[in-house]
Design a protein around this ligand. Structure first.
Ligand code: IYR
Length: 244
């Protein structure tokens, strides 16, 4: 019989039930659960979007591992509708910067961003300058695949593409933070230029871009505060007896 490992790597086939394998799960115990929950929360609460990077190189392997982590995201019908494009090429990063700044200049100064949007960005201190796109060691662009191509060259339907890519993006930034790297979830708008610049096929659309590196020694971030639990959480209904 094939090992669970081998089965888990078998591709699923549309219209065919996937073989079922036992789920590997370890019971942690209440104390360990609480410890892990708190530790992970504190770690993630320390993450910030960074816009000032040092030029210190980052090994390719780390970025690959973050992409592998991102690619564990759940996705509609397990179609994994994403492509991550990574580059450390100075010429490509320069081209990305020039094109992004051109779009952003039109946003900020050419009247393309409405006043309420400019006002919302004010506390972040952002403007059209995107120097970080060149100073970072790596730029990764996450493309959403609006549809797939099967092995016969036919279009393959993808489901919940935005949701799937959003979750993958979340896992990606968590993975980078966990390995001591910094990034910015960057969406210069419109992003069509990335499709052309990076030579991506017609079924892919840029979803977001991540400059990745170490924060610069003098890196600053806006003093933002996160909403309290009470502001983001609503519990409905009554607890079952015995629940905490
Ligand atoms: N994409 C622009 C504007 C921008 C939009 C949002 I929403 C932000 O949270 C930050 C910036 C830029 O990157 O400057």
């Amino acid at each position: 019989m094939a090992s669970a490992q081998a089965l888990s790597q078998a591709p699923t086939v549309a219209g065919m039930p996937a073989p079922m394998i036992p789920y590997q799960h370890s019971l942690l115990g209440a104390e360990e659960q609480t410890r892990r929950a708190e530790t992970f929360y504190r770690e993630m609460d320390g993450r910030r979007s960074v816009r000032f990077f040092s030029g210190e190189p980052v090994p390719r392997r780390l970025i690959e591992t973050a992409i592998r982590t991102a690619s564990t995201a759940p996705s509609g019908a397990h179609r994994q509708p994403w492509t991550f494009v990574m580059t450390r090429d100075p010429v490509i990063k320069h081209r990305i910067r020039v094109a992004a700044e051109e779009e952003e200049r039109t946003n900020y100064e050419g009247g393309r961003l409405p006043d309420h949007w400019l006002e919302a960005l004010e506390p972040l201190g952002t403007d059209w300058h995107k120097e970080f796109l060149e100073t970072v060691p790596w730029v990764v662009v996450l493309f959403e695949q609006r549809y797939g191509i099967d092995d016969k060259g036919q279009k393959l339907h993808h489901f919940y593409v935005k949701e799937s890519c959003g979750i993958a993006a979340g896992l990606f930034i968590a993975a980078l933070h966990h390995m001591g790297l910094a990034t910015l979830t960057h969406t210069p708008s419109p992003m069509k230029f990335l499709t052309d610049l990076l030579g991506r096929p017609a079924n892919e659309r840029p979803f977001c871009m991540f400059p990745i590196g170490y924060p610069a020694d003098d890196c600053v971030v806006p003093d933002l505060h996160r909403k309290s639990l009470a502001e983001v959480l609503v519990e409905v209904g009554t607890a079952a007896s015995g629940d905490e």
